[in-house]
Design a protein around this ligand. Structure first.
Ligand code: NAP
Length: 256
């Protein structure tokens, strides 16, 4: 399948995990890909891996919390490959302090959406796919069982992550509606727990791993490639009538 021949994609968080799998998948299907990430060396490695297969890729250091840098990343993509047909707002972090988590996981996506949708609307259209989460659809189940009152400190990471991802789901729908008449489709994937560096701690601890595996009716964590496949589908012409959808890719987690 080569659904992205002559198409140009910009992927944030492309150095690792889901973003890396996505950049490789898009390139495999013919796209020229800008691999953007805070981790500059990681972005270079992925771009080299793609270029080594005689496909086009360009590494870019990008901090998605910097609005001007996000705006510039679209112009850099245009400079390198002529335009931006598909934008993947994928960069994200696990729940940390409130401000940092909201800044990366929500504001970063907003900057991509607001500048990306405007750029595409001016240039004849395009597609945007955000990486939300099941945490954008549902509450997450805390692992700890607290016998004493749960402290405010224990709440920050999980709450900020859930709030940011619910925000991403909302922004996906809002931008889909605002730009529907201007040739820009906006959708999101909502992954369950996926085997990437973000969940390394869960993967390495048998008790934690089993706890999380059981939350998914399929009894396992997902792979980055399984998310990349759905994100690529949403960006492709196969999904030409899908707009404003937040698609769970979670082995049935959200079906219960
Ligand atoms: P990952 O392997 O940690 O990859 C995330 C990448 O984003 C890293 O290369 C990271 O760089 C980069 N990044 C972090 N902050 C950034 C910033 N401010 N600007 C640009 N890049 C930044 O994680 P992943 O699992 O692939 O996560 C990708 C997306 O999927 C995230 O939005 C995440 O919330 C979402 N997601 C993941 C899961 C899961 O279970 N893994 C489930 C649902 C949703 P550094 O390494 O330098 O920080």
């Amino acid at each position: 399948m080569r659904r992205f021949t002559d198409r140009v994609a910009l992927v944030t968080g492309a150095a690792s995990g889901i973003g890396r799998a996505l950049a490789i998948r898009l390139a495999h299907e013919g796209a020229a890909v800008v691999c953007a990430d805070l981790d500059e060396d990681g972005a270079k490695n992925v771009a080299e891996e793609i270029s080594g297969r005689e496909r086009k890729a360009y590494p870019l250091r990008l901090d998605v919390t910097d609005e001007q840098a996000v705006k510039n990343s679209l112009l850099i993509t245009e400079r390198e490959f002529g335009t931006v047909d598909a934008l993947f707002n994928n960069a994200g972090i696990g729940g940390r302090s409130w401000d940092l988590t909201i800044s990366v996981n929500l504001s970063g996506v907003f900057y991509g959406l607001t500048h990306g949708a405007y750029y595409m609307a001016k240039n004849g259209g395009g597609v945007i796919v955000n990486t939300a989460s099941i945490a954008g659809l549902l509450a997450l189940l805390p692992v700890e069982t607290h016998t004493s009152p749960r402290t405010p400190e224990a709440n920050e990471g999980i709450s900020s992550y859930v709030a940011a991802k619910h925000g991403v789901a909302g922004l996906t729908r809002q931008f889909a509606v605002m730009y529907a008449h201007q040739g820009v489709r906006v959708n999101a994937v909502a992954p369950g727990y996926i085997e990437t560096p973000m969940t390394q701690m869960i993967q390495d601890n048998q008790e934690l791993r089993e706890f999380h595996e059981k939350l998914h009716p399929m009894g396992r964590l997902g792979t980055a490639e399984e998310i990349a496949g759905v994100a690529a589908f949403l960006a492709s012409a196969d999904a030409s009538f899908i707009n404003g959808a937040v698609i769970p890719v979670d082995g049935g987690y959200s079906a219960r």
